[in-house]
Design a protein around this ligand. Sequence first.
Ligand code: TYD
Length: 341
Amino acid sequence: MNILLTGGSGFIGSNFVRLVLRERPDYRVTNLDCLTYSGNPENLADIEDDDRYTFVHGNICDLELCTKLMHDCDAVVHMAAESHVDRSIIDARPFVESNVLGTQTLLDALRRADPGGTKRFVHVSTDEVFGDLPLDKPEELFSETTPYAPSSPYSASKAGSDMVARAYAHTFGMPVMITNCSNNHGPYQFPEKVIPLFVTNLIEGKKVPLYGDGKNVRDWLHVEDHCEAVLTVLEKGTPGEQYCIGGNNERSNLELTHAILELMGKGEDMIEPVTDRLGHDRRYAIDATKIKRDLGWEPTRSAWPQALEHTVKWYVDHPRWWQNVKSGAYREYYAKQYGTR
Ligand code: TYD
C-alpha cells in the first residue's frame, strides 16, 4: 500500500511515518508537508534514506499538486493541521485556511483522482471538537455520539474540517473515516505544547508557566498508541464512521507538573502561576469503547508513570533537537533549502 500522508514532518505525522515503516515492511509513505513553523524534516532524519519514504514539499491547499498525489497513492491519512490553541487565540486565520480549506481541497483532489471512491481517507482530528467536560462529573466522557461544541478558534476549525469530511462521505459516498484523539505526548513534539515546553524549560533552568488554577484535566495518550490507532482505522475502519481514541489516563495540569518536576529533580518553586488561557477548556476525556470493540485497538504505551518517564527522558536525551527547534535554527536552514510559506 502506498499511503499519502499530509503533515508527516510534524509531531504526530513523523511518529506515524516511523511506525508504518517499522510495522508494515510492504507499505510506502509519501509525505506532503509545507514545513510551517512546526513541520521539521529533522523529525525524520533517521528514515529519510529509506526508499519506501518520499517527501513532497507542498501545501494541502494546492489542488493541482494534491490531485496528482492522489492519483499516485492507494490511501490517504490527513494529519496536516494548525494545532496550537494559544496561537489560534492570537490569529485564527491560518487555522481556518489550513484546517478547513486544506481538508476540503484534499477531498476535492481525491474526488477528481478517484471518482469511483475506492481510496480510503482517514481524517485525523481532535477530541477538542466536543468542547469540554465538567470537573465534578468524572463519569462523563466524550464519545462518537457527543454533540460538537468547539470552544477555541482551533477546535472550531477542526470541527469545521470534520464536518467537511463527513459531508463528503455522505454526499459523494467517499470512504472517509474520522478519528478524534485526546492529548498526545512523546518524541518530536513542538515545545509550545505543555509537556515538551515544561521539560525543556526545566533543563534550561527556566520556570514552567502554569495557566490559571492548574486544575484543568487532559487525557494523555502516547503518540505511538495514537499512530497505531490511526493505522488500525486506515486498515480496518468502516467507511463513514468516526472513532474516538484516548489514553484512559486523565491528569490535572497540577498533577502533570508535579510529576515532571519530580522526574527532573526540581522543586515546586519552579512553577510560575500565570494568567489563565482565554476560554480555557476544563476537562477532556475519551471513552474509547467503540474502537476497542469494533477494531480491537486499545492503548498499550500510555500508562503512567512509565509513559511520562519515557517522554521526559527523550527530551533529556535529545537536546540538539529541541535546542534547534526553540532557537529557530532549523527553520533558517530549511527555509534556504525549500523556501517558506
Ligand atoms: P496544550 O499542550 O497547549 O494542549 P491543549 O490546549 O490542546 O490541551 O495544553 C495542555 C494543558 O496545559 C492545557 O490545559 C493548557 C495547559 N498549559 C499550561 O498550563 N501552560 C502552558 O504553558 C501551556 C502551553 C499549556
